[in-house]
Design a protein around this ligand. Structure first.
Ligand SMILES: Cc1cc2nc3c(=O)[nH]c(=O)nc-3n(C[C@H](O)[C@H](O)[C@H](O)COP(=O)(O)O)c2cc1C
Length: 208
């Protein structure tokens, strides 16, 4: 797929078709992740792959609770003093799917990176996290180039440590996101997005 076309095709997907993904394809996608820029040359991240129902159910108990207690209808259609925003519509679409978008993805990739116990007082201390997000974006784009799409959930609060413990991730490693990979269900109605306006974003020479 042509590169800019791939970029336009990528969307966060929360409904997948019941169709297997060949593991060689997943490997190619992860090789694309490994080609990302890195802050310290050591590329010392790893990938935990979940493929069975049991593995996914075990790992994502927290996400299931979050999704189960979210009332989509009340959130999207309940009384508001102001019209609902696009961000709220997106949240209302995403929240009830936080578990199913992982459980129903044929492959789940959990990248883990070395970055525990860092006091984030300087911007450069975010470099390990910034690097793993470069890896994530390569994965999202490579999946799109393969005709696949990804879901992503960022672990919330205690969920991070809970999943880390369940999957026996070493203490100095962190999980930036859980990524579901699969064939997007074309019936999913993707939430409308705010469009960035490049003319307003570009500042020549200085801010003003
Ligand atoms: C840092 C970050 C955190 C995100 N966290 C979540 C999440 O926890 N759950 C989820 O369903 N989507 C999550 N998303 C996906 C966004 O909702 C999505 O990227 C955004 O709505 C734009 O849509 P698009 O990816 O289809 O362009 C996250 C995206 C980013 C960049």
């Amino acid at each position: 797929m042509e590169f800019y076309e791939t970029i336009k095709t990528r969307r966060t997907t929360r409904e997948f078709l019941d169709k297997e993904v060949d593991f060689e394809t997943v490997r190619r996608i992860l090789e694309a992740g490994n080609a990302a820029p890195t802050w310290n040359h050591s590329r010392n991240w790893s990938y935990i792959i979940l493929r069975t129902e049991e593995e996914k159910e075990y790992a994502f108990g927290y996400a299931k609770k979050v999704a189960d207690k979210f009332d989509e209808d009340k959130y999207l259609h309940g009384y508001r003093p102001y019209p609902i925003t696009l961000t709220q519509k997106m949240y209302g679409h995403a929240m009830p799917r936080q578990y199913s978008m992982l459980k129903n993805a044929p492959a789940v990739v959990i990248p883990v990176f070395k970055g525990g116990n860092v006091k984030l007082d300087f911007l450069s201390k975010f470099n390990p996290l910034a690097t793993i997000w470069c890896v994530l974006e390569n994965i999202f784009l490579a999946a799109a180039a393969e005709g696949l799409q990804c879901s992503m959930r960022i672990p919330m609060e205690d969920e991070h440590d809970e999943v880390k413990k369940k999957l026996k991730v070493p203490p100095t490693y962190m999980i930036p996101a859980f990524i579901g990979i699969g064939y997007a269900d074309p019936k999913e109605e993707l939430p409308e997005q705010n469009k960035a306006d490049l003319e307003k974003q570009i500042h020549y020479g200085r801010w003003k």
